[in-house]
Design a protein around this ligand. Sequence first.
Ligand code: SAH
Length: 383
Amino acid sequence: MVDPLQSYASHLLDGKINLKSLLPQEMEQLMLDLGQPRYKWQQVWRWIYVRLVDDFEEMTDLSKDFRRRLSELTCVPSMALHLHQQSSAQDTDKFLFKMRDGSLVESVKMRYLESVGHGRIAICISSQVGCAMACSFCASGLAGLQRNLAAWEIADQVTQIQKAVQPLGQRVANVVYMGIGEPFHNYDNVMRSVRMINCGEGLGIGMRHLTISTSGLVPQIRQLAAERLPIRLAISLHATNDALRDEMMPVNRKWPISELLAACREYQQATERRITFEYVLLEGVNDSLAEAEALGKMLRGLHVLVNLIPWNPVEGASYQRSRPGRIRAFQERVEAFGPKCTVRQEKGADIDAACGQLRLRDMEGTARTRPARASRKSDQAHK
Ligand code: SAH
């Protein structure tokens, strides 16, 4: 008889196998290792990701003996919901999860456009605690990187938000990796989390409804291309020349614009997927019409969507957001050169949940947000 704990060393939490840390095929293997029929993995997976249950006693279609064995050897942890806030327009919710090491993880729920479907929501999740990229306009990089999130901690943001919205008749239908962190800096865990939330026996979020946003890590763009998955890729470009991009995004010193675009071309050849280019507009810095023209021209030959993001002010950064008239003119100029270009709608600014505003901090001491709509849950330890 195999000692299951031995071969699952990297999945242990408090001496038990963390079932949420397993991929579908690993869960299947665990069932076999426990002397169970192969199909059991689907039953367990459904309890965890469809019925959102973490207590083995509730898994009533499993035999009592098997439930006892599972509770002896394994666990189903949940991240503790530390804070849940809703924006005044009620179109954005911010969730703050507290990890056992005290780290905070932020996720944002956005209400979908009505046209997309009733009750379907999009969420924005984090991939790291802090961020190493140090982009000059972004709040997340201010304190540097603290640690990578484990795959299950990335995926559990989706599971916990699904649990919160299910009673409202809503379903997480779209996930963007645009919260805190650089997803490609934590590539393996991010890709594991993709497989966890994609699994059709559970949350079932389609690859086409998943977007990974990167500041431009070229080797990982190539790696993703080689995986041939229909995931959506978004590139944070933000500048059309290396001198400016070097200044705004230190990652550009390692992989300049020409290399980034070459990797994007390869990605598109391999996947035939449209790529989104994000461009945050900073007044007098990168929002001239000449830059709009350069942007439109440099993306020729690629199938792209340009998404202009009005900059959300960050404490301590000396930028100004571009004025609405300038944003519209910039958009028209880009489109004159071919690429489709949209302007991101702003939501959640009053709860610091707007794009790029997420920032790790101790909410107890320094929250600037309005507490009126906040509901604070007592910290539960991971089970
Ligand atoms: N590290 C990844 C994903 C996280 S950021 C990346 O760089 O793509 C998601 C998007 O928000 C990026 O395009 C980022 O450049 C942008 N962003 C960061 N700070 C912002 C701010 N203050 N206002 C508007 N957008 C911002």
